[in-house]
Design a protein around this ligand. Structure first.
Ligand SMILES: NC(=O)c1ccc[n+]([C@@H]2O[C@H](COP(=O)([O-])OP(=O)(O)OC[C@H]3O[C@@H](n4cnc5c(N)ncnc54)[C@H](OP(=O)(O)O)[C@@H]3O)[C@@H](O)[C@H]2O)c1
Length: 251
């Protein structure tokens, strides 16, 4: 349960080594979150994340979780929720894929869809059901500005985020009045592991800045957060640009 100051006491990070997820977890632990569940595929990065958060004072548990293995989500996440209430679930796993390769390899494209959309749907539904049973908690879903409008450069990834974004909005509406809140976060280009080696897009940001915007949104009880915030205005214009013009933009 949140403490008297309304600060979350427990976090479940789905995608336990995500840079944005970890930047958020670090801030939460510094602010007072005591229990952190890191769910992810075993890796040195996941172990390092657990060690770092433990050193900051959190009680950390690591869970084997593969977003693509959708039939495991109920048992794996069921165990996490059986261990005590969770105040915040942060759905932070995702893959960018390689657009050019994936266009030529439909099964590689399907693997991106399986993680970013199918796996996110099952993990979110299992989490939402558990939060509903608790009667409180927030589910934060990392969508992307890429889902706002399909771009030639990354429409496979973008389409998965468009689907996830729509799903999360509907899920949030379905949970009105249950005590469970769903917040969709739409970062722009974030400098980090996922975008390493890619040409930087305008208004690029950092995992830490996204974490800051995310937590401010949680405190406000927002339904949607853009990071940076000015992207909301930019995208409200770009969304309506005629396609022949949009196609020519260097985005
Ligand atoms: N970086 C950006 O520019 C950007 C912009 C907008 C939105 N986002 C979204 O924000 C979220 C976090 O991104 P990030 O920047 O923090 O990237 P990141 O550091 O690359 O994190 C991605 C996370 O997804 C996990 N993951 C990938 N496939 C998985 C699977 N099959 N099962 C479980 N976990 C899996 C990775 O774990 P492994 O270590 O096991 O691979 C990693 O923890 C993603 O959903 C991303 O799409 C990112």
């Amino acid at each position: 349960m949140k403490n008297a100051l309304g600060q979350p006491q427990s976090l479940l990070l789905l995608g336990g080594s995500s840079e944005i997820g970890l930047a958020t977890a670090r801030r939460l632990v510094r602010e007072r979150t005591r229990r952190v569940h890191l769910a992810g595929r075993p890796s040195p990065a996941l172990t390092a994340a657990a060690d770092e958060l433990t050193a900051l004072g959190a009680e950390v548990t690591v869970h084997d979780f593969d977003a693509a293995a959708v039939d495991t989500h109920e048992p794996v996440l069921g165990k996490v929720f059986a261990d005590g209430d969770i105040d915040v679930v942060l759905l932070a796993f995702g893959v960018l894929g390689d657009q050019r390769r994936d266009e030529r390899d439909p099964l590689a494209a399907a693997a991106v869809v399986q993680v970013n959309y199918t796996g996110a749907v099952t993990a979110a539904l299992v989490s939402a059901q558990a939060l509903r049973q608790q009667g409180h908690g927030s589910l934060v879903v990392l969508s992307s500005v890429a889902g706002e409008r399909a771009r030639r450069a990354n429409f496979i990834y973008g389409s998965t985020k468009a689907g996830l974004d729509a799903f999360a909005q509907g899920l949030g509406d379905s949970l009105q009045g249950t005590g469970v809140h769903v917040m969709v976060v739409r970062p722009g280009f974030v400098r980090g592991r996922m975008t390493e080696g890619l040409p930087e897009a305008p208004m690029a940001t950092t995992p830490d800045a996204v974490a800051e915007a995310l937590l401010a949104g949680l405190r406000r009880g927002s339904d949607t957060v853009w990071a940076p915030g000015a992207l909301r205005i930019v995208m409200s214009g770009l969304r309506h640009l005629p396609r022949p013009l949009f196609r020519r933009l260097p985005v």
